[in-house]
Design a binder for this molecule. Structure first.
Ligand SMILES: [Zn+2]
Length: 137
């Protein structure tokens, strides 16, 4: 197991690492956003999995969706049946999202019940009509 400085691996500042995590509950292997000392959820069974630096590191990744966008310049907008989702931030890498059914985005959401206000919160990607996990365009 290799120990590295995750923020400055090979002298480059990166947003995060993709790490492969083996779930202690179901034994499944999923890929997560690799900031250390965080808890992710297993993409297969949902169990909490601790991310630490002893986990095998994959490629460093730069992803503009990791940076939080302002409400008036969201990364992407989805609309359906009077609802609007403004995607402001992704928590996982594209690969991590594709392998985790619990992947979330920070969204500002307007619905027929919020009138003209946006409610901010983490939203499962799978709950947003038309959203494709891992898609960045
Ligand atoms: Zn699991």
């Amino acid at each position: 197991m290799e120990q590295v400085n995750w923020r400055t691996m090979k002298g480059q500042t990166v947003d995060y690492f993709e790490v492969q995590v083996v779930c202690p509950k179901c034994g499944g292997s999923t890929i997560h956003f690799g900031e250390p000392d965080t808890t992710e959820h297993c993409g297969l069974c949902g169990a909490a999995v601790r991310v630490d630096l002893t986990i095998r590191l994959a490629a460093p990744v730069a992803d503009p969706w990791r940076k939080q966008a302002p409400l008036d310049q969201p990364h992407k907008v989805f609309t359906s049946a009077g609802w609007e989702w403004r995607v402001l931030k992704a928590y996982a890498s594209p690969v991590g999202e594709r392998t985790n059914q619990y992947a979330r985005w920070l969204c500002a959401v307007k619905s027929p019940w919020t009138y003209d206000d946006f409610e901010w919160g983490d939203t499962y990607i799978r709950d947003i009509p038309g959203a494709v996990p891992g898609q960045r365009s």
